[in-house]
Design a protein around this ligand. Sequence first.
Ligand code: GDP
Length: 473
Amino acid sequence: MGKSTLFNRLTGTRRSIVTNEPGITRDRIYGKAEWRGRALEIVDTGGIVPDDKALIPQEILRQAHMAIKKAALLVLVVDGHSGMTPLDEELARLLRTTGKPFVLAVNKIDAVSQEANAAAFHRIGAPIFPIAAEHGTGVDDLLDAALAQVSVVDSIEEEKQPEVIEVAIIGRPNVGKSTMLNRMAGEDRSIVSPIPGTTMDNVDTEVTHGGRTYRFVDTAGIRRKGKTTLVAEKLSVVMARRGLERCDVALLVVDGEQGVTQGDAQIASYAEESGRSVVIVINKWDLAVVAARDAASRDAATAKGKARRAPGERHKPENFDAGRLMFDYEKMIRGKLKFLSYAPIVFLSAKTGERAEKLFPLINQCWEARRRKISTPVLNNWLKEEVDLQRGTTPKARPVRIYYVTQAKIAPPTFLMFTNQKNPLHFSYERFLENQIRGKFDFVGTPIRFIQRLRKRADRPDKSRHAAEAEDE
Ligand code: GDP
């Protein structure tokens, strides 16, 4: 029906991620768009529908409902060529019961003459937007309609009660998420708590460790397995999304023997977008070490010549260096998951328990970083005394001045800056600032966001923030 084309149009991305596995393309269901300076989140609930109807529908419906609940505007995409179908009418009825504003996007209306086709849909009684997703015609009007629905007040995320650290274990199928949960929950597991008001399907596992309480969210989802590879892969994405909705810290589990695949990268990119803190867990390290050791000994065998060895004698891999392996491995992961450069990496084996004790302290550290609030005087002092702002400026650009900075928010830490720049700071400049902040303050595992406001030269430094903001508009 052109939903994918429309999605691509809106988000400016190529949505299908073609994997190495033959025959599998994975759709991005969630994307971001910008229109007239406003950020929009696009959710394609239709895109959530998987091939295997038996396994996922409940979760699909739940996420579709979530998306509808959060949405400012519902868009029902129908096919202008084939005319109105009973399913369209059914969906329209469903959408109307939500009480949310909804419109019809009638796709494939290319020529003016075909607009008559769109008129057939008037019966549904919702505003109609004829579009040709492929060419982008009509999409502007649709977006304007969407913006008209967005409330002017930005939603402020409720800050959570800090007693419990919420952790999501996410990752592709078979990377070891269940094994990890068992390892971490271990004997300490105290409560398995269904969240009030939901089905038994949503089960969290609470664990007390070192005097702190951790809630592993949606642990039923972790144990749920797909029947086929394709379904399992889709399920893992849907479950990751669900975990990321609620957690403070996400453990992104990767199979250390296989390395980082496109599926890992896709889940990682959702983790990044979510603003949650992230720890990258390279699991099955026991297998990775064995494989690397074997490879090393094979190399050694060819180099020195097998002839000198007695038959059946195994070559001793004296030269194998586990530390070096970790170092190289980390470099490889950093290269593939550049956007998660702030996430610490830990190598462990959930199965043997080797190095697994490192996880809890790391989660604590990320959680504390996530809630860290740097006071305004400390920040501005640091900015004045320690940051060489010109170093981050490209020679041609107008020098960036930052007059004042304040941490507006925690979880994730968000810095509000008053500058002499009208346009958004260049990506590389933002990166420079981020590195400076990270060099000074501990924000391990946690993304940092910036909000920039123009402050005119004439402003006095002692003017209040509100005054400066007002002049902005
Ligand atoms: P999930 O689908 O991500 O929950 O993965 P599972 O926890 O079910 O693990 C998949 C398979 O990998 C199982 O056979 C586990 O025993 C195995 N596995 C998990 N972690 C490790 C590990 O650290 N080392 C080894 N050798 N095997 C592991």
